[in-house]
Ligand binder design. Structure first.
Ligand code: SAM
Ligand code: SF4
Length: 334
């Protein structure tokens, strides 16, 4: 019998985020250095291995699967994987298949994603200014992403915009961004910048813009109503009374969200991280490759869940970056 995955703090694991590649066609300053060294391809899980792994989690009770990266849509033949996951949606075992993307490839893939069963996508966008977009993503170009957003909506995908709140960078675009999203019937979620990776010269405390301040600025303009729904993750939502728009806040640093955490992450090399803010992880690639049967894999998954920590240690409150973890977000997946 498939006993569901319950961690030592009685949290049921129903949400899996999987990074399918560490590569990306952008080099966002808070995420990657300009000269990234990527992993040799043989280190990455193959598409077949990703299928086995995700299918094992679905068997063990995962209901929501988010594909991320790196940029998931730059992985070769990635649609084969999405199409294969569609069978779990059809059987009813999986409730949602979704993706976080920078949008650069959506013009090409939006319709295919919809056909595979994807209904909602998160698209990352920090600014609507072309020059600033090129500055923050280094290699990205805004018009391409805007065409991707158009394509996603035309294909019938519900779009949520993810915006990293960056002090001195997009503070002045708070209303421009939220109004633009409202005008296109898109929700928006702001993310506090997290201390990920060793990016050398980035001044993290300088970049940090507290969402408490961001929210207060929004509330100064429009009435906001707290929404009770949360997906077990670090996001909290409000409704803008005037427009009905939903605005989210992901505040891993100033708000503790760990009690209700229902998720685990898999890196593109098959390591499972049961907490985004802790280094603790275990390898699922070896058990995956050791045998064609999934028994060893399932044992390793259960052992990892049994070690899921109670919470993370990120803390900016003492004006130094405590709890910093050394891996890049593009490795673990955002
Ligand atoms: N490439 C895709 C994208 O950008 O949407 C998916 C992967 S990316 C790592 C996932 C999310 O993580 C993006 O919304 C990105 O803005 C966010 N992110 C990356 N580095 C971050 C950091 N240091 N702090 C907060 N969010 C970060
Ligand atoms: Fe690439 Fe996404 Fe990281 Fe930007 S945030 S460099 S788009 S993986």
């Amino acid at each position: 019998m498939n006993i569901p995955l319950i961690d030592p703090f009685a949290r049921a694991i129903s949400y899996l985020r999987v990074s399918v590649t560490d590569r990306c066609d952008f080099r966002c300053v808070y995420c990657m250095s300009e000269n990234m060294t990527f992993l040799p391809k043989k280190e990455l899980l193959t598409l077949e291995e990703l299928d086995r792994l995700c299918s094992a989690f679905v068997r063990l009770g995962v209901k929501k699967l988010r594909i991320t990266g790196g940029e998931p849509l730059v992985r070769r033949d990635i649609m084969t994987f999405f199409n294969a996951m569609g069978r779990h949606l059809e059987s009813g075992a999986l409730h949602e298949l979704t993706i976080t993307t920078n949008g650069s490839q959506l013009e090409k893939y939006a319709a295919d994603l919809y056909a595979a069963g994807v209904r909602r996508v998160n698209i990352s966008l920090d600014t609507l200014d072309e020059d600033k977009f090129a500055q923050i993503t280094r290699w990205g170009r805004l018009p391409q992403v805007l065409r991707g957003i158009d394509a996603a909506q035309a294909a019938g995908l519900r779009v949520k915009i993810n915006t990293v709140a960056l002090q001195g960078f997009n503070e002045d675009e708070l209303f421009t961004l939220t109004d633009w999203c409202a005008s296109r019937d898109m929700d928006i979620t702001f993310i506090e910048v997290m201390p990920m990776g060793d990016l050398g010269n980035e001044d993290r405390l300088g970049q940090f813009w507290s969402l408490k301040d961001l929210r207060a600025r929004l509330a100064g303009r429009s009435a906001l109503t707290d929404l009770p729904d949360n997906s077990g993750g670090p996001a909290r939502y409000v409704r803008v009374d005037e427009t009905g728009q939903k605005i989210g806040f992901i505040t891993p640093l100033s708000h503790n969200f760990c009690e209700s955490c229902n998720r685990v992450r898999i890196t593109c090399t098959g390591e499972i991280y049961t907490c985004l803010g802790q280094e603790g992880h275990s390898d699922l690639r070896a058990p995956l490759r050791a045998s064609e049967s999934d028994q060893e894999l399932e044992t390793a998954i259960r052992a990892a869940i049994a070690r899921k920590p109670k919470g993370h240690d990120f803390d900016y409150s003492r004006q130094q970056v405590d709890g910093q973890v050394s891996r890049h977000m593009s490795h673990t997946g955002g």
